[in-house]
Design a protein around this ligand. Structure first.
Ligand code: URA
Ligand code: URA
Length: 278
């Protein structure tokens, strides 16, 4: 029996295939052969690396490979310069301006724009997610896509809206194709979100999902264990009450966890009632 050859796909079918595979944006006009790029000399990188960064690097090497051109050449230097830059930012405006000119995180090169924050900097409650997605990258605001609509409902459940809440992410640039940020990228961006929390100085900090919770509350426990409990988030000058809950994107896929989320939100609302207003 003869095999009938498949007809070559037309452009529309090819694009549909790419979309299905998760490719939803083009980064450049011309293709880039990543395999032709030179390796970062591993020995040189190891020598420069402080011991405190080694666990992060080991985790990074266990993660799926990131194209080499997306890795900034000297992450330890980028982390040090991020720390220094963030520390010197006296206001949220200054911090945003610093991030606009910060060149230490390669995610900036593939993102459309910085996604700094939304909401009210005077708010008593601050929500922190992981990283912007496609809609956020287009609009330049956090949580404006489908999961953002659910976050709005979560905020409404405690009697507030975006004019009475402040919203940001650990990572302020969209990782290409929504891939998971590397531990290195997270470490580079961490001083900025820490400074942002310190400057907003909310009464209650809410971390959304595992990555934000584990990064900000310094825990390795999963969200099933961390959610609904009070943590102290230490800014260095004061302790802020912090609670983890499920990420709205997770709730869209697993709506049965909404019940627990709404329990967490009730506890948060109660804490806001008790905490002294400014
Ligand atoms: N998911 C996040 O963690 N942050 C956003 O801003 C959007 C989706
Ligand atoms: N994993 C996450 O990262 N967040 C959740 O909310 C649930 C599972």
């Amino acid at each position: 029996m003869d095999l009938i050859p498949e007809p070559a796909p037309n452009i529309r079918q090819l694009l549909a295939f790419y979309l299905e595979a998760g490719v939803d944006c083009a980064l450049a006009e011309e293709p880039v052969d990543r395999l032709a790029e030179p390796d970062i000399p591993a020995a040189a990188a190891a020598v420069r690396e402080p011991a405190t960064l080694r666990p992060a690097r080991e985790m990074a090497s266990a993660m799926p490979a990131v194209p080499r051109s997306e890795i900034a050449p000297a992450p330890e230097a980028a982390i040090a310069s991020a720390r220094e830059a963030a520390r010197t930012a006296p206001t949220l405006e200054a911090l945003r301006a610093l991030l606009e000119t910060f060149e230490g995180c390669a995610l900036k090169n593939t993102a459309t724009r910085l996604v700094f924050a939304d909401g009210n900097p005077e708010a008593r409650i601050m929500f922190v997610g992981e990283a912007p997605g496609r809609d956020e990258d287009i609009e330049g605001l956090p949580f404006v896509g489908r999961s953002g609509k659910l976050l709005d409902r979560m905020i409404a459940a405690i009697g507030l809206d975006r004019s009475k809440a402040y919203i940001a992410n650990v990572i302020p640039w969209r990782p290409p194709g929504n891939r998971t940020p590397t531990p290195q990228e997270t470490q580079i961006c961490l001083p900025f979100i820490q400074r942002q929390i310190e400057l907003v100085n909310p009464d209650v900090l809410v971390t959304l999902g595992n990555p934000s919770t584990q990064t900000l509350l310094s825990t390795r426990d999963g969200i099933m264990k961390t959610r609904g409990k009070w943590f102290d988030y230490d800014t260095g000058t004061r302790a802020i009450r912090a609670m983890a809950t499920f990420h709205p994107a997770y709730l869209l896929r697993s709506p049965s966890y909404k019940r627990m989320t709404w329990q967490d939100l009730r506890a948060i609302a109660k804490a806001l009632e008790q905490a002294p207003s400014p």
